[in-house]
Every structure is written in structure tokens, then in C-alpha cells.
Design a binder for this molecule. Structure first.
Ligand code: G3P
Ligand code: CA
Length: 291
């Protein structure tokens, strides 16, 4: 979902006419402080095929502690890690299942998706990489002692995916105190989905993707610990304004911005005082901002 659509979903949630955030970038930047966290977007996805275990491994190899992913659901109810709502761009589904257009994730079983090659499109070195299940993904993140920024993608396509995601996380040991206290954030572009996660498991740290208008922030702060906007919508004033609200756990709202892949932009958003930078090139961003 794009930022404008996310704003619309907040509008639906609030029953108001939400618009994209209009504050001018007038406020002073917060200045140098703790460097922002660096989050490997879909894994280290400039270096390995996105949302695969290889991308998690690559992030670990680079020394990156935080990994982002995208979670969706198969026809038979399994949770898998994939960004698009269809399998065409990042797998060989058109060759393996030529008669199954438009190749939506929700139209394939987990066993069918497990047959697909999710690595060759990126490069021959990754031939045979698979679309991981959420269980496989969190196992790999755990093995590397990493932390997970989990995005519930397209929740409108998958009724109940919030409860199901939390169930998988619980089964895999990701809702214990050690994970809840700093190793897990659940995010979505859908305000309703984020609010559902918060209501089902109030101990889970949550994030709303997009750039809600300032007037909506008090409501967002009731269920989201972070507001995570595109860097293209960001100003120092907006970051400071978001951080001036306390979230559902009594701490200031945080800002993780995306998707920043070059040093100059990373340094710009770091000057704005963001708490995290989500990037396909975590090595480049870490070098640019420190940490
Ligand atoms: O984590 C932020 C980012 O992943 C949101 O956009 O489309 O890459 O899921 P997208
Ligand atoms: Ca994502």
C-alpha cells in the first residue's frame, strides 16, 4: 500500500477525511545523538534475493541486527514471506504453473509455493532459494540472534492474519519477554491491522507505515509505538512532532523511515532525528550514519 492509501485507511479507521501530512519543514533538526538503527529491508535485499533466508544470512554476515520482512497467506492457510501479492516477479511461477495466471499468493498452496525458485531472478548464485514460511524465516533470524520488523502485507486480502501471525510468533517463542522487550516490531500500512495486533497482544511493539497527518497522531499513538514514513515525505518537523507523542507503552513514538539506499539521504534523515533507517543496502547506510 502506498502512503496515500495508508492515509485513507487511517481515515476509514477514524471516520475522518485524512490527508497526507501537511506540516512545513520549519523546525530545527534535533542534532547529533544516538545513530539510527539500521534495518535490512526484506533482508539485505541489494545483496541477495529479497525475503529469502539468504537475504537474512547476508544481513547477518554484514553484522546487521534488524531484518524487515513481508508476511502473506497461502490458499491453504500457511503464512509465507513475500512482498508482492503475486509470485511472478520473484519466482519462476509462470514456468512451473503456466496456466495459473495471475499467480496470486492466495491462490497457491504452501506445497506449490515451496516448489518455486525464488532466487534465480536475482542471480545464478541464488538458484534454488525458496519462498520461506514465516516459521522458517523466524528460525533463521533467531539463529543469527537478530531482531525482526515484521510487516503484515495486504491484510485486507487475508482476514484474521493478525491473530494467525501472532499465533505463529507465539509458537516459535517470539512472544516471550526477551523478544517483546526489544527484538520484535509488527508493522502494517493498515491502521486497522496495527490496531488489531495491539488489541490482541498489547505487549507487542507496533508500527504504522505511512505518513499520517498530525491531527491523526493522537489516535495513532493509542495503538502504534512507531510511525514509519517514506523518506520522501519526511521533514525534521514531522519527525519531532511524531516523537512528541507518547505511544501505547508510555514511551515517545519512534520513526523508522524507508527505503533509504544512499549515503546522502541516510545522513539527511539521520539529521532529522529518525530512530531507524530501513534499507536494501544496510552496509552503505551504516557506513554513512555510524552505529
Ligand atoms: O518497511 C518499510 C517498507 O517495507 C514498506 O514498503 O513496499 O517495501 O513493503 P514495502
Ligand atoms: Ca515491507
Amino acid at each position: 500500500m502506498h502512503a496515500r492509501a495508508a492515509a485513507a485507511s487511517i481515515s476509514a479507521l477514524l471516520g475522518t477525511a485524512a490527508l497526507l501530512f501537511p506540516v512545513s519543514p520549519a523546525a530545527a533538526a534535533p542534532g547529533a545523538g544516538t545513530p539510527p538503527l539500521v534495518i535490512a529491508h526484506r533482508g539485505a535485499s541489494a545483496h541477495a534475493p529479497e525475503n529469502t533466508l539468504a537475504a537474512v544470512d547476508k544481513a547477518a554476515e554484514l553484522g546487521i541486527r534488524w531484518v524487515e520482512n513481508d508476511v502473506q497467506r497461502t490458499r491453504d492457510g500457511a503464512l509465507v514471506v513475500l512482498h508482492d501479492d503475486n509470485l511472478r516477479r520473484t519466482t519462476d511461477v509462470e514456468e512451473v504453473f503456466p496456466g495459473r495466471a495471475p499467480w496470486k499468493v492466495k491462490d497457491f498452496t504452501a506445497a506449490e509455493i515451496a516448489r518455486l525458485d525464488a532466487g534465480s531472478w536475482f542471480g545464478p548464485a541464488y538458484a534454488g532459494a525458496r519462498v520461506p514460511t514465516l516459521e522458517q524465516f523466524v528460525h533463521r533470524v533467531e539463529r543469527h540472534h537478530q531482531k525482526l520488523l515484521l510487516e503484515i502485507k495486504n491484510p485486507e486480502l487475508y482476514p484474521g492474519i493478525e491473530r494467525q501471525t501472532l499465533k505463529v510468533l507465539s509458537n516459535e517463542g517470539w512472544l516471550d519477554s526477551s523478544h517483546l522487550s526489544g527484538r520484535l516490531i509488527v508493522q502494517s500500512f493498515s491502521a486497522g491491522s496495527v490496531r488489531t495486533v495491539h488489541e490482541l497482544k498489547p505487549g507487542v511493539k507496533t508500527a504504522l507505515l505511512g505518513t499520517p497527518r498530525v491531527a491523526d497522531l493522537p489516535v495513532c499513538a493509542g495503538f502504534a509505538d512507531q510511525i514509519n514514513p517514506s523518506h520522501s515525505t519526511l521533514s525534521s518537523a514531522y519527525v519531532a512532532t511524531v516523537q512528541s507523542f507518547d505511544g501505547p507503552h508510555g514511551r515517545p513514538l519512534e520513526v523508522f523511515t524507508w527505503t533509504v539506499d544512499d549515503a546522502a539521504t541516510a545522513q539527511r534523515v539521520a539529521r532529522y532525528g529518525v530512530d531507524g533507517i530501513i534499507t536494501n543496502r544496510p552496509d552503505v547506510v551504516r557506513e554513512a550514519v555510524g552505529g
